[in-house]
Design a protein around this ligand. Sequence first.
Ligand SMILES: C[S@@+](CC[C@H](N)C(=O)[O-])C[C@H]1O[C@@H](n2cnc3c(N)ncnc32)[C@H](O)[C@@H]1O
Length: 401
Amino acid sequence: MQQVHASAGSAALSWWQRLQQARAGWLVNPRVHQWASRSVLTRWLVRRRAHQLFDVMAGFVHTQVLLACLELDLLVRLQRSGAQGAAALAKTHDMPLEAMTALLDSAVQLGLLRRRGQRYTLGPLATPLLTHAGIRDMVQHNALLYADMQHPVALMRQPKTSAMHRFWLYTDGSDGRDAPSAAPHHWSAQGVAAYSGLMASSQSFLREQLLQVYPFAQHQHVMDVGGGQGAWVATLAQRVPGLQLTLVDLPPVAELAEQRLTSVGLKGRVQCHGLHFGHDNLPVGADLITLLRVAHDHPDEVVRRLMQGCWRALPAGGTLLLAEPMAEQPGGAARVDPYYHFYLLAMGQGRLRTASRIALLMSEAGFVDIESLPTSLPMHGGVVIGRKPLDKTETNVRKIG
Ligand SMILES: C[S@@+](CC[C@H](N)C(=O)[O-])C[C@H]1O[C@@H](n2cnc3c(N)ncnc32)[C@H](O)[C@@H]1O
């Protein structure tokens, strides 16, 4: 475990970063650039930078190649039928051969497919896509974000008009209790099921990571706040027998969770509560509260209120565990952070925070012994835990920063 420093992070650059900055500066000088692209000492660097920039420029096409493969169900089709030629696939999908060949050859280069002679078969990236419904669901859902990002500057100026903002029903601050008069589609059962179903399927990686890094069996009672339709509590019920379980979410979602948990034979195993954590008190009794992918949907003032609510609901010595995508995580931030920054921006109120920022918010709410638990795939979420002090003498003990 790693102690988290509750600071805003240091802006000072290391000597290595300064050297890199200086080098980037030289390379933009046309003469230096020409020399560097010819010299054996530096041409690898020039080429690497060019590749990086090309990837950034062309990334949106890669995304849409992936989406087209899923929309045409190509991977499932090739898995069932074995290798196929472009002409057969073009005929099946009623499109010109050139268009199908362009898609197939692009998918080969992206690792989604492989070419064997004149035929195409599954590539190395096809397996995770075929085995994880959550990835496929997110790729298809990303079409909304893609549409919102067509005009990125307009989105930055007016995020609350985006399709993503409408998809996430709660991002306007309502709690579903006053549905459905205000707007016809607002808080419809379909809308609630759409976002809750997407969350349940895309949560699978995070669930596995959590079970690897934290000993849930040491607790008696876990309350999952913002628990969606109950995928996490259902996993805990299966994997940690004897654990008492509570789920809290907005009223229409808690109702859906109750139905889903009943349908998988967990009726009565989990207590579901419909409430708004910004206005209502959380139920007491749990010695561990989990917040999975909840805080990043909300601005700091709401997260502060939420953490204070968790603090009040926990007994002395109780634990708060927060898991969600975090900024500047080692080993992948360049790939991961831009996606979540814009995803949350498009939602209209969220914010990608560093583990230190989360630790600071936890510490302000009164938690101590705040730690970050390393996960093997931080792109699915980092984990930060904190403990409610045992007595008043511990209240202001900050083991961080
Ligand atoms: C991004 S989803 C995450 C769901 C689930 N924890 C997961 O990881 O799949 C956020 C959840 O928080 C719930 N939520 C948002 N605002 C809430 C509030 N004010 N009170 C209670 N639940 C809320 C949403 O309904 C949604 O189910």
